[in-house]
Design a protein around this ligand. Structure first.
Ligand SMILES: Nc1ncnc2c1ncn2[C@@H]1O[C@H](COP(=O)(O)OP(=O)(O)OP(=O)(O)O)[C@@H](O)[C@H]1O
Length: 296
């Protein structure tokens, strides 16, 4: 496995930290690492990059122990830190060139492509850059050497929705090219759009790992149907469909996968309109696991 975390524990003197965290990320997989503020996402990621020594357990990248082989790992992995502390005296381009030099890469074509894609003036002095602009420099820095493994700590924080979309497209393209990606986030919708699996961390403990596809299959859709007559409402009431709400000629029906039975059941009705609402994936997840995160 390109990324492997085994029983990783870091106990800070204040008692906080991460405890017995284990998961792997397979080649070509995008793994979303989700959790509230202070849950332990950055601490886990810092161990993977070899910036911290675990109290116990291990973090490995391409079978290299992250703590013992931190120099090799930091050289090769595409890393986007949660808080980008840049050298303030430089402009964006100077910073990227310095980093490319440290990584000994000469090819700057990819760097240029990424700068064009994220549409920013790379020659702006870093101290004058907004949070979003710094984040873009960080994204270019993480992807520009075409790394096989990418570790991204809250990559879209500070980006506007348009730029978030560009970032999601980039992640999807890299996945297609076989890259292994671990990305942390606060936002389920971002993970929903990019990841194969999601891991949830709370108070330093990994409480659940689930395939996104499985959650999507559990996701219910609410069909809001406006029929022509009250007789149509009565017809629908006599079918096995799960009715959530009736309001005049409008009826809301919950469907989980069985669309055929829905179509058959309403085929005899006069219909003015149908609107479809998707249940939020986070709600599916919370329904699937109870509040404490134990599988119910
Ligand atoms: N060096 C440190 N010394 C003491 N406590 C720390 C240290 N680093 C992190 N912590 C604590 O460990 C816990 C996990 O922090 P971490 O930064 O990993 O969370 P996070 O999930 O990345 O949160 P955020 O989304 O806010 O970045 C928090 O309670 C934090 O205060």
């Amino acid at each position: 496995m390109p990324i492997s975390i085994h029983r990783l524990t870091k106990k800070f003197p204040n008692g906080k930290g991460i405890f017995d965290v284990s998961f792997d990320v397979a080649e070509g997989e995008v793994f979303g690492f989700l959790g509230p503020n202070g849950a332990g996402k950055s601490t886990t990621i810092r161990h993977l990059m070899g910036f911290m020594k675990p109290t116990s357990g291990s973090a490995t990248i391409n079978r290299l122990n992250a703590w013992k082989k931190s120099a090799e790992i930091q050289q090769s992995v595409g890393y986007l830190p949660g808080e980008t502390a840049f050298l303030e005296g430089m402009n964006g381009l100077e910073f990227l060139r310095l980093l490319a030099g440290m990584r000994k890469i000469k090819q700057i074509k990819r760097q240029k492509e990424l700068i064009e894609r994220f549409q920013f003036d790379v020659k702006t002095p870093i101290r004058k850059m907004s949070k979003g602009m710094k984040q873009k420099v960080g994204i270019v820095a993480a992807f520009m050497h075409d790394p096989q493994v990418l570790i991204l700590d809250e990559p879209t924080s500070g980006l506007d929705p348009l730029m978030q979309n560009l970032f999601v497209d980039l992640v999807k393209e890299e996945k297609k090219r076989g890259k292994t990606i671990l990305m942390s986030s606060h936002s389920f919708s971002e993970i929903d759009r990019t990841s194969d699996r999601v891991g949830i961390i709370k108070a330093g403990q990994l409480v659940a790992i689930e395939e996104i596809r499985k959650l999507q299959a559990l996701q219910r859709k609410i069909f809001q149907v406006t029929v022509k007559t009250s007789g149509d409402i009565e017809k629908i009431k006599n079918t096995p469909l799960e009715i959530v709400q009736i309001d005049g000629h409008q009826i809301r029906i919950a469907i989980q996968g069985d669309y055929e039975s829905f179509v058959k059941s309403i085929s005899e009705c006069g219909i003015n309109s149908i609107d479809i609402h998707r249940q939020n994936l986070e709600d599916v997840f919370m329904h699937f696991y109870n509040k404490d995160g134990d599988q119910s």
